[in-house]
Design a protein around this ligand. Structure first.
Ligand code: 6PG
Length: 469
């Protein structure tokens, strides 16, 4: 990633000094990939700092966590007031908040920037989500916006907000990435197991989907993955063990959703789906004991059901993005950040892993109404869900009947049904809490008024205090 970002910057006319703790790597880079470019190499941090123009701009691309702090600690004594440190890794936003504050006290400006798009993106145009010390932005804006991906001539990079806003937005991007990937995996599961489609047929279906509203990088690569064959002519996909790992950003998104009380149910299920997949030995043992329906084969019009899956995927994806934007809105409120939701959609429109035509529709929704409270209420997305709803319900009920797990399709639908309900059974929940713990309940007719009932006649009339976490 680091090497590719340097080469990308070089292509755009910026002279970059490269450094790596393993100094051989610098020499090999200069002798190979960076040969014939203007890239300079340094064999020590002090040598690197000495070559930089002031205010110095130092960008770190190291593993999140301790390595970032270690690098910052080594850099700080070498820098001067007004210099800029940028962390381009997948750092936790709370770490970024801490680092920005502490470096500010030392007269340095810290930027935590999400960078998405993998190695290819870094080389030819990533999506970049910088946030932190606004004072740094004029010094890095030109570089970042020059190297970022462009959509209709607009860079997929803009200032996100103060403190950890850039890394928060990147974290939500990754959570959404988890959701998008799991949705596609469930569609694949249904096509493979319920419909019995061949790899060529599945690839064709994905190719068709990629021409419509689902058009996206992840559908495109999945189309290619599904049809990829090993030298023996067999699909490589079926030789890959069905267990998925994770580096943590999806988990952090789910944790934040609990922390801020925003139901990111789809992303949560996507994280859990990875966890369940990795319990391979337990699943294999359980599969010998626990039985589901007699057959998981779909009986009916396969072509029609494939189009239902397409619509279910689209509707679920709308819910996932609506949830992601809900979380960003809540974080913005909690931290006092002013997040430009349309600007974020544009940053994700190109260059990043979740890039898609669909993000253009999200951008349009926020352009029309910058304070839109929920994407589901935008006319375009409301109609899209109206059009997809019957198919979505058919897919979820069919999957349940056939015993094929579709946690993200199903949880998205449950969220949709809950969100559109003016009544939910939480009155009973309040009553249960009051019955067993005297937690009090709020009156329907007098919101804000909490009372306790002696439900059994032998409980006391004393209630516990009412508080919310
Ligand atoms: C990106 C990706 C990237 C992420 C990988 C791995 O935007 O380029 O989100 O930042 O690190 O996708 O993530 P997991 O290992 O957690 O799947």
């Amino acid at each position: 990633m680091g090497q590719n970002l340097i080469l990308n910057m070089n292509d755009h006319g910026f002279v970059v000094c490269a450094f790596n703790r393993t100094v051989d790597k610098v020499d090999r880079f200069l002798a190979n990939e960076a040969k014939g470019t203007k890239v300079i190499g340094a064999h020590s941090l002090s040598e690197m700092v000495a070559t930089l123009k002031k205010p110095r701009r130092v960008m770190l691309l190291v593993k999140a966590g301790r390595p970032v702090d270690d690098f910052i600690d080594s850099l700080v004594p070498l820098l001067e007031k007004g210099d800029v440190i940028i962390d381009g890794g997948n750092s936790e936003y709370k770490d970024t908040i801490r680092r920005e504050r502490s470096l500010r006290e030392q007269g340095l400006y810290f930027v935590g920037s999400g960078v998405s798009g993998g190695e290819e993106g870094a080389r030819y145009g990533p999506s970049m989500m910088p946030g932190g010390a606004l004072e740094a932005w004029p010094h890095i804006k030109d570089i970042f916006q020059s190297i970022a991906a462009k959509v209709d001539g607009q860079p997929c990079c803009d200032w996100v907000g103060p403190e950890g806003a850039g890394h928060f937005v990147k974290m939500v991007h990754n959570g959404i990435e988890y959701g998008d990937m799991q949705l596609i995996c469930e569609a694949y599961h249904l096509m493979k197991s319920a419909l019995g489609l061949s790899h060529t047929e599945m690839s064709q279906v994905l190719d068709d989907w990629n021409k419509g509203e689902l058009s996206s990088f992840l559908i495109e690569i999945t189309r290619d993955i599904v049809k990829f064959t090993d030298p023996d002519g067999q699909p490589l996909l079926e030789k890959i063990r069905d267990t998925a790992g994770q580096k943590g950003t999806g988990k952090w998104t789910a944790i934040s959703s609990l922390e801020y009380g925003i139901p990111l149910t789809l992303i949560g299920e996507a994280v859990y789906a990875r966890c369940l997949s990795s319990l391979k030995d337990e699943r294999v043992a359980a599969s010998k004991v626990l039985k589901g329906p007699a057959s998981n084969q779909f009986q009916g019009d396969k072509k029609l059901f494939t189009s239902h899956i397409q619509k279910a995927l689209y509707a679920s994806k709308i819910v996932s993005y609506a949830q992601g934007f809900m979380l960003m809105r809540e974080a913005a409120k909690q931290f006092g950040w002013k997040l430009n939701m349309g600007g974020i959609a544009l940053m994700w429109r190109g260059g990043c892993i979740i890039r898609s035509a669909f993000l253009g529709n999200i951008k349009d929704a926020f352009d029309k109404k910058p304070d839109l409270s929920n994407l589901l209420l935008d006319a375009f997305f409301k109609k899209a869900i109206d059009d997809a709803q019957d198919s979505w319900r058919k897919v979820v009920t069919t999957a349940i009947t056939l015993g094929i797990p579709t946690p993200t399709f199903s949880s998205a639908l449950a969220f949709f049904d809950g969100y559109r309900s003016d009544w939910l059974p939480a009155n009973l929940l309040q009553a249960q809490r009051d019955y067993f713990g005297a937690h009090t309940y709020e009156l329907q007719a007098e919101p804000g008024k909490f009372v306790h009932t002696n439900w059994t006649g032998h409980g006391g009339s004393v209630s516990s205090t009412t508080y919310q976490v």
